[in-house]
Every structure is written in C-alpha cells, then in structure tokens.
Design a binder for this molecule. Structure first.
Ligand SMILES: CC(C)(COP(=O)(O)OP(=O)(O)OC[C@H]1O[C@@H](n2cnc3c(N)ncnc32)[C@H](O)[C@@H]1OP(=O)(O)O)[C@@H](O)C(=O)NCCC(=O)NCCS
Length: 87
C-alpha cells in the first residue's frame, strides 16, 4: 500500500507520502516501486508539483534507496533522540 496525503507548510501545498508498505512475502519484486510510480502519476496528473516522503535512513528495508531510485533527492535531515527509560 501507499498512502499520499495533501499537506501545507507556510502556505505552500505539497503531497506527503505518509505510508509505504508491502507484505513481507511480496517484497523485493518491484511492488513498492510500481505502487509509488503509479501514485506519483496520479498526484502529478492532479496538479501536484511537490511530493515528499519522510523516512529513516537506518530502516533495514532501505526505503531511502527505494525513494532515491524513483528520483527523490534528500531535502532535509531530522535528528532523532533516544533516552533509556528507567525500569
Ligand atoms: C520498503 C518497502 C515498502 C519496499 O517494498 P518492496 O516492494 O520490497 O520494494 P521494491 O521491490 O520495489 O524495491 C525497490 C528498491 O528498494 C530498495 N530495497 C527494498 N527492500 C530492500 C532491502 N530489504 N534491502 C535493501 N534494499 C531494499 C532497493 O533499492 C530496491 O531496488 P532493487 O530491488 O532494484 O535493488 C518494504 O520493504 C516494506 O514494507 N518495509 C517495511 C515498511 C517500511 O519501512 N516502509 C517505508 C516507510 S518510509
């Protein structure tokens, strides 16, 4: 599945790729790339000129490589913080 949602920042509208997932048994067969290409075609046909996925570089399934492979470029990095919680 791919979920693309309209967003706005400072008066500027853009489409956000909010969810992207393929069931494990069907992974590495090009399903995500095909779904994403189809979603991009649909939103561009609808007038979108700014589409943004947000991902985590360390994801083992390398969504970042998927996005790069369809032409997305790194735009901003957001630091993540972790703190061990007391038992
Ligand atoms: C990320 C995910 C959607 C990819 O789905 P998929 O159908 O397997 O992806 P594709 O087969 O279209 O692969 C596209 C590219 O992504 C990268 N990729 C996908 N899975 C990968 C893996 N396990 N290891 C390394 N690279 C991977 C590769 O660059 C791949 O291209 P290639 O096969 O030509 O090398 C899927 O692994 C998933 O559901 N992961 C868990 C949820 C998730 O992380 N979603 C993204 C949130 S931002």
């Amino acid at each position: 599945m791919v979920l693309v949602d309209p967003q706005e920042q400072g008066g500027h509208p853009f489409m956000e790729v909010k969810e992207m997932a393929v069931v494990p048994a069907w992974r590495r067969k090009g399903v995500a790339r095909a779904l994403l290409a189809s979603a991009l075609d649909a939103v561009v046909a609808d007038g979108a000129d700014d589409v943004r996925p947000c991902t985590v570089e360390q994801f083992r399934t390398r969504a970042i490589d998927l996005y790069a492979s369809v032409g997305f470029r790194r735009f901003k990095d957001f630091p993540r913080y972790r703190k061990p919680m007391p038992d």
